[in-house]
Design a protein around this ligand. Sequence first.
Ligand code: ADP
Ligand code: 5GP
Length: 200
Amino acid sequence: MRKGILYVVSGPSGAGKGTVIKEFLPRHPDWFYSISATTRAPRPGEENGVHYYFMEKEEFLRLRENDGFLESAEFCGNHYGTPKAAVMERLEAGKDVLLEIEVQGAMQVMESYPEGIFIFIVPPTMEELRHRLEGRKTEEPSVVEKRLERAKEELRLADKYTYIVVNDSADRAAEEIEAIALAEEGRSARKFDFVKENLL
Ligand code: ADP
Ligand code: 5GP
């Protein structure tokens, strides 16, 4: 049985990662979407265990100390991390896994799991990025500024990724991810087992 494929979706805050994934995931109910841990306070409507595992800093740091995260990063004053065991178990069981994480974390996964597929989502323009971050109304203006400054640094690393998807229309961006997933399925390194088992 083939191992699952690890897809890592990353990109500046406000680029539309969450929106595009919401379009894309329902088409792949068999994929495992990894729920991250964070020390950030829940936004209105966010539920523990659905959007994030919300935790105190002490608990987060203890987990990190005990090698509980595949990757973790501090982002604009809060900690975020991918619980490791759940992801590795799914991959071993042949399930495809999707992570939505920021850039430092994605870089760590590139080191530790280079066979992953790394997708960088970008906004069509920086004005549109500001507009989206302000329009989301989930952060204070000072936090919006911090996230925009951070975005510039993150964009410089876009060429480290396997793919770049411009999120102009969310539909179109979800289709591009669909196309990426289809193409990855067909890579001979993955499909040769099919040839051996069924045709030779
Ligand atoms: P991220 O998860 O990357 O931080 P979100 O998915 O929360 O970004 O999107 C940020 C804001 O931009 C949200 O208010 C969302 O509705 C909006 N948005 C996302 N994608 C698009 C798009 N293609 N066109 C217009 N607005 C978008
Ligand atoms: P937000 O506070 O807007 O939910 O997330 C802020 C940033 O943290 C986003 O870019 C999001 O992709 C990222 N993020 C969410 N979960 C994780 C995680 O487990 N690890 C890392 N490194 N980043 C994460």
